[in-house]
Design a protein around this ligand. Structure first.
Ligand SMILES: O=C(O)CCC(=O)C(=O)O
Length: 294
């Protein structure tokens, strides 16, 4: 199976050793400095994630976002017109809670959502060796295209789910279909935004940092309405975890040297389409049958 086939079948692929361990250790230190600067309210608000720091406010990560090893990996999967829209530093503190089950695709009302190849990809770069014990990713393979009972859970990233963690609830509990996606520092997980995933609790006494970067593999192939919403995400006009109507900093505010690292990847959109509606819930009737029923 090629990496592209795995992405289409399972919804994710691991690229082993894409970065050297020493490089990742440097990024871990940059991440730790950003975490040290957070107020305690942030970590309470994003208790299930651990932290959710928008990289639009952390231009230090520009060289990593623009690193050609990431675009080359996406090209290997079938990307030919790659853009980057956003990213987060998601870090579980020592003893941090499990992450709720969810998927991150927001455009389920558009027909592109039911195609085999993803419209949007996550690139997850864990900054330490990450296993079940310290809170690695858990996924439901195939759930990006196939119906699954966890699609009935409430939409992701609401304040309630992110804040009030009840580990006995199916929103946070282990599921028989789950697979642990452990990594060594330097490995990179690339996956379909539609994939159902969560993360285990961090039972260790060390921080478990992750950078999640969002890329679009084939920008010009997407409907104008979907590109319009992605541009709004880039501009931080509509993301559901940002609060209120505050005028938030964006990548356009970065210093010139940081901006130069990502410029070729920015979601240029000058159309006039009405943006595709924000809809995090799939129409299960339009999905392929579950793996048991197939
Ligand atoms: O923390 C993780 O391992 C995954 C994070 C994630 O997928 C999310 O917060 O949406």
């Amino acid at each position: 199976m090629t990496t592209r086939d795995s992405l289409i079948e399972d919804g994710f692929v691991r690229f082993d050793g894409l970065f050297a361990g020493a490089e990742i250790e440097e990024w871990r230190q940059v991440a730790q400095a950003a975490l040290d600067a957070l107020d305690t309210g942030h970590r309470d608000r994003f208790r299930s994630n651990g932290s959710l720091c928008n990289l639009a406010e952390l231009p230090a990560f520009a060289p990593l976002i623009g690193d050609p090893r990431i675009s080359d990996a996406i090209a290997q999967l079938g990307g030919s017109d790659i853009r980057w829209t956003s990213g987060y530093l998601i870090s579980k503190p020592p003893g941090g809670d499990p992450l709720f089950w969810h998927q991150d695709w927001w455009g389920w009302g558009d027909a592109v959502s039911y195609e085999a190849f993803p419209a949007q990809l996550f690139v997850m770069i864990y900054l330490t060796d990450t296993r079940v014990e310290n809170g690695c990713l858990r996924v439901i393979p195939g759930s990006h295209r196939r119906d699954h009972e966890l699609h009935d859970l409430p939409a992701a990233h609401t304040r309630d789910i992110a804040t009030r963690v009840d580990v006995s609830s199916p929103v946070y509990a282990s599921h028989p279909d789950e697979m642990a996606a452990s990594v060594d520092a330097g490995d990179v997980l690339i996956g379909d935004a539609r994939l159902l995933h969560g993360a285990y609790a961090n039972t260790t006494d060390a921080e478990r940092p992750l950078l999640t970067l969002w890329y679009i593999p084939n920008w010009s192939a997407l409907p104008g309405a979907v590109r319009a919403t992605l541009r709004d995400i880039y501009d931080r006009r509509i993301v559901d975890i940002d609060e209120g109507d505050a005028d938030l900093p964006t990548v356009d505010d970065w210093p010139a040297d940081a901006l130069a690292r990502v410029e070729r990847l920015l979601p240029d959109y000058a159309g006039r389409d009405t943006p595709a509606a924000w809809n995090r819930l799939p129409d299960r009737n339009l999905m392929l049958p579950s793996r048991e029923k197939a």
